[in-house]
Design a protein around this ligand. Structure first.
Ligand code: WT7
Length: 654
């Protein structure tokens, strides 16, 4: 049985004004979807989207799991996010930018429109970008990153944002997989008061054969960078010559809007493909329901645009609904751990959305900081990316939210496009650290391997049994991987259903608690990391014979990366520190700093079954310091377990 958790009722005054005011209204919406699934989505698609041409079919499942939503319809995501606000919200602030060093820009919808149109014209006329082309965006958190996304959307080009923390090798892989012809980047940006560079990473990624023809460089910090003639162009020099209007390409509902690479259970990242209509619809609907942003509110999501949270909840969702969204270049602990609270006070932020790992850092480094600022504007606090632990939840609720804000623990994934299981701030009685109920329209269930619902309190698999508009449409260039990754395992009514890869428990009240990944994907500071990806990088070291990587609980990051390494030449043991350094350097080069190992242990062998499969469960238990209770008799060499345990204990490693 799961533990009994206290319940926090929604704030009454807030609920009165909320879009969904109570659980009856929630249930009505969910009943609408259950009874007339297509009618439900048809209703919202008509209400929310500015269609250039109407669709003829709400949902086409004839080639499931390849589904089509709103087939026949035409629209453009940049029109949905910008043009349609140019009447009533022309002078409303769309984006508030705050730089690392405190510099600010207030960008109205009119000015956003001009910037997006000019960037679209530049890409079209100077670089020949057209519908269907792939454009890689490798940018810091500056407004031009949002302009770049929307400019691509305007032309029908498919953007693929690569997080600025990824290395040149990782960037190169993603550029090549998407066959991108243009990269948009910046010279660099500012972090903790100092300039850093991005452009050299792009230069390294484009060495040798590359599909990239042109690079557009936004000059943010004016540091010295190399310019390649005929390939690299300065945005700052060109942009003023471009006109303020560029026709928006009429896109089919199912034309791709963007790709975003994410980790899976093999060494190669997956290009998650989201298409236009379904994605933008759900981005907008969840923005409205889950954050309940009002016309004069200011909303801040601290994510980076390099992750799906930045796509859906900094750019597409807030702008589609006509909100004011904050973009912050810096880090939450600079100049001190009061920075976010200072920003909340200054900008009178009403909704604040961040990751549990950030909450843990802010708690640890600045427990008293929230009390120094006026945080009374806050109404909704959000978390995303990993399960939030109760102490972090409590501090967030009490110290930041003054025990009056709803905390929405939003569960979703790169593949789901938007929230799928989450509290509604005016309706859902909240149990701390619990994602609560599926959102209206989302048919999420906790099931066993056979697709049967699990009993209350029992661990199961989180599945979504009906297609939904913002779901992943394909793994770029690899239909088979799409089907195998998400629709292989669980069957309901004879049909494969979407399996999230996460375990979950539904309690006796129907509340869903996410228990974490059931595959070889680990969650480091809310970022997804494939253990196979890290292993593939480590294997590039000529000293390494074998490697297995697992996750280990980490106080701040949620999970840390723990690597068991078998060296080719054990006589090298004297130089282990150098070898460790060399391994981390390889990871830095192949993936980036986000994948550096917290622990590297050199071991004589790995626990393998007779068929050669590594028993990761054992390695996970050893990393956690747990005693091995499982049966090791199926191992080829059961003795290796105690050897590994003593390597970990003796710290031949750290
Ligand atoms: C994985 C998805 C979704 C945006 C950020 C990460 C974990 C996400 C929660 C939550 C518990 C969560 C899951 C999921 N996750 N939100 N509220 N509670 N776990 O996107 O990189 O695609 O990672 O993050 O394990 O599968 P992502």
């Amino acid at each position: 049985m799961s533990e009994v958790k206290p319940i926090f009722q929604p704030n009454k005054a807030f609920a009165k004004e909320a879009r969904i005011k109570n659980m009856c209204e929630y249930q009505d919406l969910q009943d609408f979807a259950t009874e007339d699934y297509e009618g439900f989505w048809d209703h919202f698609a008509k209400e929310k989207i500015n269609w250039m041409e109407p669709y003829h079919t709400v949902l086409d499942e004839s080639e499931a799991p390849f589904v089509k939503w709103f087939d026949g319809g035409k629209l453009n995501a940049s029109v949905q996010c910008v043009d349609r606000h140019l009447t009533e919200r022309k002078n409303k602030t769309a984006i508030i930018f705050e730089g690392d060093r405190g510099d600010k820009q207030y960008i109205t919808y009119l000015s956003l429109s001009q910037s997006v149109n000019r960037m679209a014209n530049l890409l079209k006329t100077k670089f020949g970008v057209k519908k269907g082309d792939r454009v890689v965006i490798y940018m810091p958190m500056i407004p031009e990153a949002a302009y770049a996304m929307l400019a691509c959307a305007r032309l029908g080009a498919i953007h693929s944002i690569v997080f600025g923390g990824f290395s040149s090798e990782a960037l190169k892989d993603r550029i090549e997989d998407a066959d991108a012809k243009v990269v948009i980047t910046a010279d660099g940006a500012y972090r903790k008061g100092k300039p850093y560079l991005l452009k050299p990473v792009v230069d390294a990624a484009l060495e040798g054969n590359t599909p990239v023809e042109k690079v557009l460089v936004v000059e943010r910090n004016h540091e010295d960078i190399t310019w390649v003639a005929g390939r690299d162009y300065s945005y700052n020099e060109l942009i003023d010559n471009e006109s303020h209007y560029c026709d928006a390409e009429p896109m089919d509902s199912e034309d791709p809007l963007f790709l975003l690479y994410t980790s899976g259970s093999t060494g190669k990242p997956k290009g998650v493909q989201h298409n236009t209509a379904g994605y933008i619809l759900w981005a907008q609907m969840t923005m409205e329901w889950v954050f309940d942003v009002k016309e004069n509110d200011t909303y801040w999501c601290t994510a980076d645009i390099g992750w799906i949270t930045g796509h859906t909840y900094i750019v597409y969702g807030p702008l589609a609904m006509g909100a004011t969204t904050i973009m912050f270049e810096g880090v939450p602990t600079y100049p001190d751990a009061g920075r976010p609270w200072k920003m909340v006070e200054e900008h009178k932020i009403n909704q604040f959305y961040t990751a549990p790992t950030a909450i843990r850092v802010l708690h640890k480094m600045g427990e008293e900081e929230p009390s120094k600022y006026d945080l009374s504007s806050l109404k909704v606090l959000g978390t995303v990316g990993e399960p939030i632990d109760p102490p972090a939840w409590k501090w967030y609720y009490e110290a930041v939210g003054n025990s009056k804000c709803a905390i929405v623990d939003t569960y979703w994934q790169t593949e789901t496009g938007g929230h799928v299981v989450s509290p509604l701030p005016g309706a859902t009685p909240i149990k701390p650290a619990c994602a609560t109920f599926p959102l209206p329209g989302i048919m999420a269930e906790v099931v066993d391997d056979l697709g049967n619902k699990t009993a209350p309190g029992e661990q199961g698999l989180l599945c979504i049994t009906r297609p939904w508009p913002s779901q992943i449409r394909n793994v770029w260039g690899d239909k088979e991987r799409y089907v195998k990754s998400y629709f292989g395992d669980v069957v309901k009514d004879g049909k494969p259903v979407y399996f999230s890869g996460d375990g979950a428990i539904m309690d006796e009240d129907g509340y869903i608690t996410i228990t974490g990944r059931t595959d070889d994907v680990i969650n480091v500071s809310g970022h997804r990391m494939g253990t196979a990806e890290v292993e593939a990088a480590i294997k590039k070291s000529s000293d390494v014979a074998e490697v297995a990587v697992v996750g280990k609980p980490h106080e701040i990051k949620g999970e840390g990366i723990f690597a068991y390494v078998v060296l080719k030449n054990e006589e090298n043991l004297g130089e282990l520190v150098d070898t460790m350094q060399a391994i981390n350097n390889i990871i830095k080069k192949e993936i980036g700093n986000i994948a550096l190992c917290d622990d590297i242990v050199f071991v004589p062998g790995l626990p393998k079954t007779r068929s050669g499969k590594i028993m990761r469960r054992i390695l996970r238990a050893i990393a956690k310091g747990e005693a091995i209770t499982q049966d090791t008799s199926t191992l080829e060499d059961p003795g290796v377990v105690s050897q590994i345990e003593s390597c970990v204990k003796n710290g031949t490693c750290k």
